[in-house]
Design a binder for this molecule. Structure first.
Ligand code: ATP
Length: 454
C-alpha cells in the first residue's frame, strides 16, 4: 500500500508515543519481540477496558434483548470442522524464490502484470497455495491427530454451539442476541501496521438471532447501531466508510455484508464486519453434532433454525483507530509569549484512560497537598484520576494532554482560603481541548465530571 510521507511520519509518532507513555509495547521486547503480538501498558489497558466496557454497556446492559457469555478459547476440534474453518479458513500464500519471504498473494504489488515480492522486489514467486490461519495445538499429554485442536480464530463459534443452552436458561424470545468479548488467534502471514493485523487480538461479537423474514431489515438496523456506537466513542463519521460487499464476492450463505472502514494513516481499512449469515452456522452445527438447535415458535407451534446477523468488531483495531483519531499537534503560546508544540490525544472523555489530573499548585505546601489528596480520594472510586505534584503546572498539564486526559484540577491558595472566603473550596478546572479554565466548587466536581465521562 502506498503511504505518503506525512502519513507514515504520523504513524511513527503515534507508535512512539504509545511506547513512551505506556499504551502499547512490543510483546517479549527484551528478547527481540514476537511478530504480531503486543502488550498493553498501564494506559493502554485502561483505554481498551473503557472501549470494551462501553461496547458491553451499549450492546448488553442497556438492552432487554441481548445477553452475554464468555466462552473458552480451546474447543472441541469438531466445532472447527463443522464451521468450515478447518477446510477453508485460509489465505493464499506465495514464497519468494529469491529472498525466501512468505507473503500473502492477495496483497502483493503488481509490476508489468506480474506479482512482485514486497521485500526484495523479485518477480520470481511460487504459485499461491492455501495456508490455514488457525494455530494448531494438542490437548493433553499425547501429541497425535486425536488430540489436535486450535486456538479459536473468532469468538462467534462458541456462541453458536451454546445457542441452545443460552436460549433455555435466559428464556429469550426471537429476535434476541448473544454477545461476547474475547481473545482470538490467527496465524496471519504478514502481521503489520502496528496492532492492526496481529496474530493474537480481541474481538467484540454479537450474534443476533431472528426469524428468516427479519434478517435483511436487522442487517440495516445493526449497521446503523454500530455507526452510532463509533460516533459515541468520538470517531467522526467522515473518517468512517461503509463498504457494501458486492453480491458476487459474498460467501455462498451470506444474505449481505457491510464492512465498516476507517481512514487509518496507512489507508482505509476494515474495523468491523456486519454480516447477515442466514441460518448457516446453526444448521452446520446441528447437522454435524446431531443435536437440535432449532427454535420453537409458540404461536405457530413450528420448529425452525433461526437466522443470524453478526456485527463483529476488533478491539485492537478500534483502539488503534481511537489513538490515530485522537493524535494531534497544536501550536500554542506559553505565558511568556513563546510558541511551542503541544502533543495532545483528543480522546472522548468516555474512553480516555485517565479522566482527570489533580494537582497541588505547589508540592512543598502541606495544606495544598492535603487538600489535593482529599479530592483525589473522593474522585478515585468513581473514575481514573492521576495525582501529579512535580514540575511547573504548565508542564503537568502538557503531560496529561499527551495521554489524552480531558480535565485537570488545580488546588491553589484560593482553594484553601488564603485569599479570603469568596473562593474557598473551589478549584480551577482546565479543559484539555480549549485549555480554558473555570472555577468550580469542590462539592460539584464529582457530579460535573461524572456527567461528562458517562
Ligand atoms: P481482514 O480482512 O482485515 O483480515 P476479516 O474480514 O478476516 O479481516 P473478520 O473475520 O470479519 O475479519 O473478523 C472480525 C473483526 O475482527 C475484524 O473486522 C477486525 O476488527 C478483527 N480482526 C480480524 N483479524 C484481525 C487481526 N489479524 N488483527 C486484529 N484484528 C483482527
Amino acid at each position: 500500500m502506498v503511504q505518503d510521507k506525512s502519513a507514515s511520519e504520523r504513524m511513527e509518532k503515534i507508535v512512539s508515543l504509545c511506547k513512551r507513555r505506556g499504551f502499547i509495547f512490543q510483546s517479549s521486547e527484551i528478547y527481540g519481540g514476537l511478530n504480531g503480538a503486543w502488550d498493553y501498558g498501564p494506559l493502554g489497558v485502561e483505554l481498551k477496558k473503557n472501549l470494551k466496557d462501553f461496547w458491553w454497556r451499549r450492546l448488553v446492559r442497556e438492552r432487554d434483548d441481548v445477553v452475554g457469555m464468555d466462552g473458552s478459547i480451546l474447543m472441541n476440534r469438531q466445532v472447527w470442522v463443522a464451521s468450515g474453518h478447518e477446510q477453508t479458513f485460509t489465505d493464499p500464500m506465495v514464497d519468494c524464490r529469491n529472498c525466501k519471504a512468505r507473503l500473502r498473494a492477495d496483497q502483493l504489488a503488481v509490476k508489468d502484470g506480474k506479482r512482485q515480492c514486497s521485500v526484495c522486489g523479485s518477480l520470481d514467486l511460487t504459485e499461491p497455495r492455501a495456508f490455514n490461519l488457525m494455530f494448531k495445538t494438542f490437548v493433553g499429554a499425547t501429541e497425535d491427530e486425536s488430540s489436535v485442536t486450535y486456538l479459536r480464530p473468532e469468538t462467534a463459534q462458541s456462541i453458536f454451539v451454546q445457542f441452545k443452552n443460552v436460549l433455555d436458561t435466559s428464556r429469550q424470545k426471537l429476535p434476541f442476541g448473544i454477545a461476547q468479548i474475547g481473545k482470538a488467534f490467527r496465524n496471519e502471514i504478514n502481521p503489520r501496521n502496528f496492532t492492526f493485523r496481529s496474530r493474537e487480538f480481541e474481538q467484540m461479537e454479537l450474534e443476533y438471532f431472528c426469524r428468516p423474514e427479519q434478517g435483511l431489515e436487522l442487517l440495516e438496523y445493526w449497521l446503523q447501531e454500530r455507526l452510532r456506537f463509533y460516533a459515541d466513542i468520538g470517531i467522526p463519521s467522515d473518517r468512517l466508510h461503509v463498504h457494501k460487499i458486492p453480491t458476487d464476492e459474498l460467501a455462498h450463505y451470506s444474505g449481505g455484508t457491510y464492512d465498516i472502514e476507517y481512514d487509518f494513516p496507512f489507508g482505509r481499512q476494515e474495523l468491523e464486519g456486519v454480516a447477515y449469515r442466514r441460518d448457516y452456522d446453526l444448521t452446520q452445527h446441528q447437522n454435524a453434532s446431531g443435536k437440535p438447535l432449532a427454535y420453537f415458535d409458540e404461536e405457530t407451534k413450528a420448529h425452525f433454525v433461526p437466522h443470524v446477523v453478526e456485527p463483529s468488531a476488533g478491539v485492537d483495531r478500534t483502539v488503534l483507530a481511537l489513538l490515530c483519531d485522537a493524535y494531534a499537534e497544536d501550536t500554542i503560546t506559553d505565558d511568556k509569549g513563546k510558541a511551542e508544540t503541544r502533543t495532545v490525544l483528543r480522546f472522548h472523555p468516555r474512553i480516555a484512560p485517565v479522566k482527570c489530573g489533580v494537582f497541588p499548585l505547589l508540592k512543598n505546601n502541606a495544606s495544598l497537598v492535603v487538600k489535593t489528596k482529599e479530592i483525589v480520594s473522593e474522585l478515585r472510586s468513581h473514575m481514573a484520576v492521576f495525582y501529579d505534584e512535580s514540575g511547573a503546572i504548565g508542564r503537568r498539564y502538557r503531560r496529561q494532554d499527551e495521554i489524552g486526559t480531558p480535565f485537570g484540577v488545580t488546588v491553589d491558595f484560593d482553594t484553601i482560603g488564603e485569599n479570603g472566603p469568596a473562593k474557598q473550596d473551589t478549584v480551577t478546572l482546565r479543559d484539555r481541548d480549549t485549555m480554558q479554565q473555570e472555577r468550580i466548587p469542590i462539592s460539584e466536581l464529582r457530579q460535573y465530571l461524572s456527567a461528562k465521562i458517562f
